[in-house]
Design a protein around this ligand. Sequence first.
Ligand code: C5P
Length: 223
Amino acid sequence: APEQVLAGKKVAITAGPTREALDPVRYLSNHSSGKMGFAIAAAAARAGAEVTLIAGPVRLATPAGVNRVDVISTEEMLAAAERAADDCDLFIAAAAVVDFRPEVVSSQKIKKSEGDDHDVLQLVKNPDIVATIAARSDKRPFVVGFAAETENVVEHAEGKLARKNLDMIVANDVSDPEGGFNSDRNEVILIDRSGRQPLPPALKTELASQLVTLIADRAFAKK
Ligand code: C5P
């Protein structure tokens, strides 16, 4: 059996996309599969943690021993995250949150207006879930984010680490055909204020176990 590096710890993980309704039949979303977040939830449970997995709309089975909370919109994900973070030691944000939502959700199906080929959606910025949790002064868990980048991966990830006040960030080059959104494999660099640790390309399931071990060590190791 793997070492129980998270025994007695409570872990909350966001995973998958969020989805923002435009009207009763349409939405804004992205191609996140949720695989990385679900793999981390499974690995954390195997490592002995009590895991709450806050999942956007994905087609994945709930990992063994994991408490799953299903959400759709970003605001629902934030509410579930705030609730889970009130009582957790480690918060891992693996969700691909939709950055903007329609200012108004139409109660009826939006019609194509006659003669206007440039109808524009009015969008408003969504709350940043991981930054909201990391900004807490009270009940602040150890906070880990993800950064999916297509260029200057380390620089952008370090910028997010600082700007969002995270404790660690997992940087991911999504232009790499070996990794990214729908792939079963990934290649990441784990970054905190003391340095960078590249992990070799691996299955997301294997990578998840390595990440859990490394994160647990930084978050909870008695120095
Ligand atoms: O800024 P960017 O979206 O690249 O940041 C990615 C990290 O921030 C991920 O950990 C993601 O889950 C988190 N995030 C969030 N809420 C948002 C946007 C991103 O928790 N609204």
